[in-house]
Ligand binder design. Sequence first.
Ligand code: GAL
Length: 461
Amino acid sequence: MKKLFIMILTIFAIVSLVTTFSFIGCKAAPSEEVTGTSAAETTTAKETAVSKETTAAEETVEAPELKGEIEIFSWWTAGADGDALAALIDAFSEKYPTVEVINAAVGSGGAGIDAKPILVTRVQGGNPPDTFQVHAGHELIDTWVVADLMEPVTFLFDENDWREVYPGDLIEILSYNGEIWSVPLNIMPANILWYNKKIFEDAGLNPPKTIDEFYSVCETLKENGITPMAYANKGSWANAQLFEVLLAAIAGPDNYKALFNGAMRWDSDEVKETLNTMLKFIEYSNEDHAALEWDNATELVANGKAAMYISGDWCNGYFKKLGLTPGEDYGFVPSPGTEGIYIALSDSFGLPKGIQNRPATVEWLKFIGSKEAQDIFNPIKGSIPPRTDCDKSEYDAYQQYSMEIYSTSKILPSLTHGAAASEPWLVAIEDVLVNFVVTGDIEGTAAELQRVAEDVGTFTK
Ligand code: GAL
């Protein structure tokens, strides 16, 4: 299945799938047709010239009534991800009651491990959802944009003055060939160590800042009969995520970047040390990790069955859903060795070509890019809004912390969550790491990582 997926993605990157589904009628309509704003402005100017008596109510030209269904594809079902999406859909439906939103979230499988191959199959079969969750960075550009499957959304940024409220570096990540290709909904770090505060207090421990401190904290916890680290690698993505956070700590930000731009070899000592450390970390975790997903691991920490879990801030949303309070019941620090580093990812939605309901989809994209929508979605999801004008008071203690470290840290692109490498490269790395956690073969794995970097580690930007 994985091989098929890699093949399909590679084909996408090389050949545009013009023949697999019809692009007829999907040429971008002039932006005035899809947003009430410009039409309203034009009419307002005209009417003012005709009669100064005209009332404001008469001046307002309603956008053409939107109708039909729109299908929103994502993998947001677990933890509080599903709740955040549901709240977003509810708010949109309230505004546009004539549009029926089909929530096409694919259950199970964090990081889109199950959803992404289904999406590819649907698009290949000529049945794309109206819009889909896609990570900013190489996942968006290398998979979908270079294959000519998306329409740019630059017009939304221009019409809504979004360049003033979205960080320039994020816009840069969403851009290719002078156009912007998706609307970002959130920003998250992958390298947070979540810990159960009561366990740490009872054991008289502080959360570990370095890898050596991590080991010594783990030893004390073990002596106290507590599983030090929660781990869940049912989907192959979790190995890649642990690998990337340890790589950032051990190799450092410059080498991390160098590995992904071809300036450093994957069979280097830094990568080997990362692999070795990864094995040691997993040894400190629950034995049933291969049967668990990220929400199960979060529960282990929430219930006091394990002391720590390293993952992204979808855990924050889930801890809260379980009734816990950030900063009181659970703590959060950068994963060992990554203070000052923010391994970033961002969920976004784009405008595929050939969709059923372009007008309503454009309105959905405009909505999710708004301050209102981002302040509904992110407080529940646990992440932070990419917009810089959001209402900070809506956000919890963890999110305030995340906003702070986002603005002060070195930003590295997440490998696992589509920002650092193309999808075929990521999938190949995940396969190598799945074998690695079984074999423990450091030399062979480093050599394999170098081989896949040479075979599929290509860049388009
Ligand atoms: C990430 C995604 C997050 C969250 C997480 C766990 O890839 O960006 O929003 O869903 O996976 O599934």
